[in-house]
Design a binder for this molecule. Sequence first.
Ligand code: ZN
Length: 69
Amino acid sequence: MMHSMGADPRCDACQAPVVTGPEGGYVCGQCWHLVEPPGYEEQRAKGLARARAKREARTAARRAAQQHS
Ligand SMILES: [Zn+2]
């Protein structure tokens, strides 16, 4: 009997059965091959951009405060 694709997720690297997370990513229990969920890179990039903007705003505020004292 053939398995249908998607119903039985397997590791890309070693073909061991894997359990995918809610967002579609998994870490293989056999070889530790890591697959990140779709959109993960994009979300991480957004998060980094947000953190950088926050840090820059804080730096600018501190600089402005020093100039006024
Ligand atoms: Zn594997």
